[in-house]
Design a protein around this ligand. Structure first.
Ligand SMILES: Cc1cc2nc3c(=O)[nH]c(=O)nc-3n(C[C@H](O)[C@H](O)[C@H](O)COP(=O)(O)OP(=O)(O)OC[C@H]3O[C@@H](n4cnc5c(N)ncnc54)[C@H](O)[C@@H]3O)c2cc1C
Length: 214
């Protein structure tokens, strides 16, 4: 092969690869676009018992629980719009776009010195659902020590024994290995969050036992 032809061939392959990726992304975006209901109108002088700023994972769950209680009139405010697509696995398409706050780390003279401007991007979701609409959908519970340490730091009641019950309540575990094992007692089966086994090959067999996909 002519040595001079190699760089140009590589450039061609990169260009074709880029075009195919963009085409695939467009097809997938169109396939999985979701129509969300319109945002609520907030009339002048409206009053609310609770106003939650930020409809991310925490804000949305909190708003839902408070509204479901029937005791509170709740306003949930979000800076971003509806998610353009529902991933899963397409989080990469959001990076740096309108639905990413697109934060960058400061150059502290130490970290990220190999990056452009010695800064690394810090993706954060700016849309209904917040980061949960562009995250990797991996579900890993912390170890009991982490939660017990929270309480030791002065957060009364935030120990593993208490938090564990809430984890169980949100889970609907579908992993056949767990369903047929003694560890089933550590999981819930009637919560709103369906958990399936990960297919990610980066996790070892043992690791996959602790990692589930939303
Ligand atoms: C790329 C990426 C991958 C991740 N992967 C995983 C994973 O696989 N598994 C996992 O468990 N976790 C993952 N995470 C972490 C997880 O998604 C977040 O910890 C979690 O979603 C944070 O929830 P939150 O409600 O605290 O904040 P956010 O979800 O960030 O919500 C904050 C919301 O507030 C809004 N907001 C901010 N300022 C204002 C304002 N002034 N007015 C109105 N609205 C405002 C934002 O737009 C946003 O919607 C990932 C995170 C990222 C960024």
């Amino acid at each position: 092969m002519d040595a001079a032809a190699v760089p140009s061939n590589l450039t061609d392959i990169a260009a074709i690869n880029g075009t195919l990726q963009a085409l695939l992304a467009t097809i997938m975006v169109n396939m999985i676009t979701v129509n969300y209901p319109p945002s609520a109108e907030v009339p002048d002088k409206a009053e609310y018992d609770v106003i939650i700023v930020g409809a991310g994972s925490a804000g949305s769950a909190l708003a839902r629980r408070l509204a479901d209680s029937g005791c509170f009139n709740v306003l949930l405010v979000e800076a971003g719009g509806d998610p353009e697509i529902q991933p899963p696995g397409l989080f990469i398409l959001f990076t740096g776009g309108a639905q990413d706050w697109d934060y960058h780390a400061e150059n502290n003279g130490w970290a990220c010195q190999a990056q452009n401007n010695a800064q690394i991007g810090h993706t954060r979701g700016k849309m209904l659902g917040g980061c949960s609409c562009l995250d990797h959908l991996i579900f890993i519970r912390g170890s009991s020590k982490i939660f017990d340490d929270w309480e030791k730091m002065g957060n009364e009641g935030w120990n593993w024994e208490n938090c564990f019950e809430y984890f169980k309540r949100i889970e609907d575990i579908k992993d056949p290995k767990i369903l047929n094992s003694d560890t089933l007692k550590y999981h819930g089966q009637s919560g709103p969050m369906v958990l399936t086994p990960t297919t990610n090959k980066n996790f070892s067999e043992k690791g996959r036992f602790h990692v589930e996909m939303l």
